[in-house]
Design a protein around this ligand. Structure first.
Ligand code: ADP
Length: 558
């Protein structure tokens, strides 16, 4: 930039100087010509005034000095010439200056002299004599004027050179002064880009430039503050991200990693340098990389479990709203899964271990009941019978639940009529239904493909609850509806209902809203957990709608 400003400014000033020189030469030349014309006229007038009859013409013409004086007769014959021509020309009357003088209107003529083969400035006057008239003419060669100019040219050129030299140094000095502050600005901006800017005001020779540099300084100071705040936030964020145990990375829509935390690098055994590289550099497992790529390409979210190096991770792939970024989080759930498995195993083992002694207690109690005649003992034996029956059904539910949990897939699929199962369940619950005078209604029927036990278990648990948690004279409505897409089973009641907070918990094992009521009516707290697990096994959709004090509706979409 500095070089360009310098070259342009110098070129412009030099061209200006050259132009000025050309114009000066032109004007000087014109002035010289007009002065020469005046001199010629003046010399012609003086010579004409000095002319008298009988004068020695050769002496007369020589008084003009450098100016050529010619005396021409009325007939156009040269009588005397201070610079006589070698080639004589007799037709002088035809010369325009002589013709003008003859006509009484003398005028200056600049023309080519055929006799001297050069340009001359002529002026002639008619001078009366005793016997007629003669013409006195004065002339100066044009070359004489140019000679003055040519004489002064070297001086002019020298002046031009000196001026050009002065210009060169002045322009160099000025452009240095103009550009000096910009060089400092450039350095400051470079420091700013590295976050190392220090507010050192830049001074400039020119107030306009100083104003600009001051404003740039102010903007730079604001940017520096923002930069510092941003890098502070970034450091905090990086610290937090690296402190959490969840592996986390963010990729853009080209599949390039824009952010990655230490945990993610540890999971995949990669170095933090994978930032800005493709996902494959970080995610070593090809099938996982393919799933993530698919989510990025089709902008879809996903939640799934994935095993990497013997550890189970819950992988969340999420498109970040209003950006082209995708976040991938990997939470290690190995321990949680192992704990759950251990719980399930304990659950199954404990149920098994309890079943045998309980069956024995039940048997001994029945024997004791049969042989007892003591009325006082009878109420204790009845109490043991009631509690062992409850425990038997609890253990049977526990075993059932662990059996379902350990079923990897359903095998014996057979067509099952939902209507028939509902009728069977209604029959088994007839005592409870009649005791509460419940109005039991069933509409529709459909056949589903399932293991009969599983279908029975679902229908039984849901209808049992609808009756159990109903009031006297309540109503239970079972609706079976088959459409082209699916079969629906709706079991609704106008019983006590469930609050929204409880609705999320009642599918957990042993969770009961009102334990005493559940226990009193023979509930184990496992019914809905069994229903949930069977539905999950078949991928059936289970939904519950309920309002406290109004009633409950449970729907299974097969
Ligand atoms: P339980 O054997 O105690 O009935 P469930 O797993 O079947 O166990 O149900 C869990 C809890 O959900 C019940 O204890 C009860 O509080 C509540 N519940 C289930 N079904 C209904 C219903 N239809 N109306 C009101 N509450 C219900």
């Amino acid at each position: 930039m500095k070089k360009k400003i310098f070259i342009y400014t110098t070129a412009i000033i030099f061209a200006g100087l050259l132009g000025f020189l050309a114009v000066s030469i032109f004007i000087t030349n014109r002035n010289n010509l007009s002065m020469a014309k005046s001199t010629v006229m003046e010399t012609a007038r003086i010579s004409a005034g000095l002319f008298h009859e009988g004068a020695d013409l050769h002496e007369f013409v020589s008084v003009g000095g450098d100016t050529r004086i010619t005396v021409i007769s009325a007939e156009g014959e040269v009588l005397a010439d201070s610079q006589p021509a070698e080639i004589a020309d007799i037709d002088y009357l035809m010369r325009p200056e002589i013709a003008a003088a003859a006509a009484g209107a003398p005028e200056v003529q600049v023309r080519y002299s055929t006799t001297h083969s050069a340009d001359f400035i002529y002026y002639a006057l008619r001078v009366a004599t005793d016997d007629g008239h003669v013409f006195v003419r004065a002339a100066i060669p044009v070359a004489q004027i140019d000679a003055y100019l040519i004489q002064s040219l070297p001086l002019l050129m020298l002046l031009l050179g000196a001026l050009a030299l002065v210009c060169f140094f002045v322009v160099r000095g000025v452009s240095n002064k103009i550009l000096e502050p910009f060089a400092s600005i450039e350095q400051n901006l470079r420091l700013l880009s590295r976050g190392e800017y220090e507010n050192r005001p830049i001074t400039a020779t020119f107030p306009e430039i100083e104003k600009i540099t001051r404003e740039i300084d102010e903007i730079a100071a604001i940017l520096q503050e923002n930069y510092a705040a941003l890098s502070d936030e970034k450091n905090k964020l990086t610290y937090i991200l690296n402190s959490i145990g969840v592996g986390l990375f963010v990729a853009d829509d080209d599949g390039e990693i824009t952010l990655v935390n230490n945990a993610a690098c540890e999971i995949f055994g990669a170095s933090p340098e994978v930032s800005d590289k493709k996902i494959n550099y970080l995610v070593s497992d090809k099938s996982l990389a393919a799933i993530i790529d698919d989510c990025i390409d089709n902008t879809k979210n996903a939640l799934f479990e994935f095993t990497i190096a013997g550890k189970i991770y819950l992988v969340t792939v999420k498109q970040l709203p209003d950006t082209d970024l995708t976040m991938v989080a990997l939470a290690d759930i190995t321990e949680a899964r192992e704990n759950a498995k251990r719980r399930e195993e304990f659950f199954a083992n404990a149920s098994h271990e309890l079943k045998t002694p309980l069956t024995a207690i039940k048997g001994f109690n029945e024997l004791a009941g049969m042989n007892n005649t003591d009325e006082n003992l009878k109420k204790y034996i009845d109490g043991i019978t009631r509690e062992t029956t409850r425990m038997m059904s609890l253990i049977s539910d526990m075993l059932r639940l662990s059996e379902i949990e350990n079923t990897p897939e359903v095998k014996n699929l057979t067509p099952v009529s939902l209507g028939a199962i509902v009728a069977e369940v209604r029959e088994s619950l007839s005592a409870a239904i009649e005791e509460k005078s419940i109005k039991f209604e069933v509409t529709g029927d459909a056949t589903i493909s399932a293991e009969p036990n599983h279908a029975f278990e679902i229908v039984k648990n849901l209808i049992e609850n609808a009756v159990r948690y109903n009031a006297k004279n309540g109503r239970v409505f079972v609706k079976i509806k088959a459409t082209e897409k699916s079969t629906r089973l709706d079991i609704s009641d106008n019983g006590i209902g469930i609050s929204p907070v409880e609705q999320t918990k009642i599918f957990e094992r042993f969770y009961r809203v009102e334990k005493s009521r559940s226990v009193q009516s023979g509930g184990t707290g496992l019914g809905l957990a069994i229903v949930k697990h069977i539905c999950a096994l078949y991928d059936w959709k289970l939904t519950l709608k309920s309002k406290l004090g109004i009633g409950t509706e449970v729907t299974v979409e097969f």
